[in-house]
Design a protein around this ligand. Structure first.
Ligand code: DGP
Length: 146
């Protein structure tokens, strides 16, 4: 199936790009990536008000909020996007949704509704190439997204 094959090829290209990052020295000891703003926040090099943290993820408010509540749940480990997540990242991905539920309760948006979004790649609008989930709430949202 041509379409299926091209999707596979795209996934392989993304994994290659991620592997290249891992092998060209951008990765520092401890899994951080040079010049990655979210790696720097995870490492505490850039101050941020941490709202939630566990072994796998941290959460803080988005600097450019698109809703009354707009949080980011960010993996401690540098993964370029959801397209590079692997089976071994299962615990990390479970932590993401535990963080989302806990934060939604705390921010009082659980009962009204929450949008959880992860952008992967340029066309999707991903600006920061480090896996993160937007948690938005506090207003009515439309569909489809822009
Ligand atoms: P995305 O486009 O999905 O890659 O979203 C990246 C988000 O990260 C964007 O909404 C703005 C936010 N952001 C970028 N840099 C910083 C920062 O230094 N601090 C905080 N709190 N948010 C940031």
């Amino acid at each position: 199936m041509v379409e299926g094959r091209s999707l596979d090829e795209a996934a392989v290209a993304l994994k290659r790009a991620h592997y290249a990052e891992e092998t060209t020295g951008r990765f520092r000891k401890g899994g951080k990536v040079e010049n990655c703003i979210f790696c720097r926040i995870v490492a505490g090099e850039v101050p941020s008000e941490i709202l939630y943290q566990d072994d796998e993820v941290i959460a803080f408010r988005d600097i450019n909020p698109q809703a009354p509540v707009h949080l980011l749940v960010v993996s401690r480990k540098h993964i370029t996007s959801a397209l590079q997540a692997e089976a071994r990242d299962g615990k990390l991905l479970a932590s993401v949704f535990e963080a989302v539920a806990s934060l939604a309760e705390r921010e009082d948006i659980a009962s009204s509704g929450v949008r959880v979004v992860t952008n992967a790649g340029r066309a999707a609008g991903q600006e920061v190439p480090h896996l993160h989930f937007h948690v938005l709430g506090g207003r009515m949202m439309s569909w489809p997204p822009g």
